[in-house]
Design a protein around this ligand. Structure first.
Ligand code: PEP
Ligand code: MN
Length: 352
């Protein structure tokens, strides 16, 4: 249970176990850095066949050796009941379900069944597609077999659009997750979001600023020759530098005075939000009044020049230069889209 209350949990280690030397050397170099669990891939789910798919049992034997030698705790990915069985035999301390497995309820159930009645902590990565339901569903399957120490990992979402990062973080989904599961610690995996070393710091810091409960970062003794995810892995030295540069939040820092000030500001925000809702309501009433007039006189609902004018003019009204005009444009686009829908309904319902 202690894991559930831990703030700033750190997992670091290679994407995959590639050789005894690679594992030894990486861990040896990490021993002076802040790491709670060594992570390592033993069975690798690869998008295309023919890539390095992990060393399985051989890797597990080396893990057993290094655990004894360095006294470190280990986390590995499992994708089926056989993996669970072998991981438990090896004395692995923490398991995780990968993004390609979370998407498949059959596979998750198969893992859950293998874990029934056990005490081992398990982390669930988000599914590769932005679907909160699948993520929650996987967690519920583990809860249903009696697992208590469950954590979640945010590793971003794949997208067909060209993008800077390998996987889009879509932080909103992580926030929705926190709202739905306030008691499940949420870890960020900036390595699989970034895809490239140079983005790791900004993503990891963003996650910490959003109050994530820890980080999982890929570290390899020689990333240039790594057999998987070469471009995103850090050397142990670079990992150490990254961790020391990041600004971590402390759990339970309760500065009463500050919290009181935040409460007052939030009250003010609540009042403003109420005004915003009232204004939107008022705006919609006016739209309906105008719609009725137009419909009764055979004037079309959509007038494209008006639509364009609203999208263009509203962002220009911003006085605060720090605010993004695109945000204002999108807000009005949403309001306009809803207004068109309401007007079409008005026509249908009143046969105007
Ligand atoms: C991994 O952690 O090495 C991995 C395969 O990640 P994901 O499941 O997030 O793609
Ligand atoms: Mn990887």
């Amino acid at each position: 249970m202690e894991l559930l209350n831990k703030k700033n949990l750190l997992l670091a280690g290679p994407c995959s176990v590639e050789s005894r030397e690679q594992l030894y050397d990486t861990i040896k170099q990490l021993t002076n850095s802040k790491v709670d669990f060594i992570r390592a891939g033993v069975w690798k789910p690869r998008t295309r066949p023919g890539s390095f798919e992990g060393l399985g049992e051989k890797a597990l034997n080396w893990i057993k050796e290094v655990k004894e030698e360095f006294g470190v705790k280990f986390a590995i990915e499992v994708a089926n009941s056989k993996h669970v069985e072998e991981a438990l035999k090896t004395g692995i301390d923490l398991l995780w379900i990968g993004a390609r497995t979370t998407v498949n309820p059959f596979a998750v159930q198969n893992i859950a069944d293998a874990l029934k009645g056990l005490k081992i902590p398990v982390m669930v990565k988000n599914p590769i597609n932005p679907d909160l339901g699948l993520w929650l569903g996987a967690i519920e399957r583990l809860q249903k077999v009696g697992l208590v120490e469950i954590m979640a990992i945010h590793r971003g979402f794949s997208s067909y659009k060209p993008r800077e990062y390998r996987n889009d973080p879509i932080w909103n989904i992580a926030i929705d997750f926190k709202v739905k599961c306030p008691n499940i610690p949420l870890i960020c995996d900036p390595s699989h979001i970034a895809g490239k070393r140079k983005y790791l710091f900004e993503i990891a810091q963003e996650a910490l600023d959003l109050d994530f409960d820890g980080l999982m970062i890929e570290v390899h003794n020689n990333p240039a020759v790594a057999l998987s995810d070469s471009e995103q892995q850090l050397t142990p030295k670079a990992y150490d530098a990254l961790i020391n540069k990041l600004e971590f939040r402390k759990k339970g820092v309760n500065n009463e005075n500050i919290l009181e000030q935040v409460k007052i500001i939030r009250k003010e925000i609540d009042f403003l939000d109420r005004d915003i809702v009232n204004f939107i309501e008022k705006r919609m009433e006016l739209i309906m009044k105008s719609a009725k007039l137009r419909l009764e006189n055979n004037i079309p609902i959509l007038q494209i020049d008006r639509w364009e004018d609203i999208e263009k003019s509203r962002p220009l009204w911003l006085k605060n230069k720090e605010l993004d005009p695109e945000m204002i444009r999108l807000i009005f686009k949403t309001i306009k889209t809803e207004a068109i829908k309401m007007q079409l309904d008005l026509k249908k319902n009143h046969k105007l």
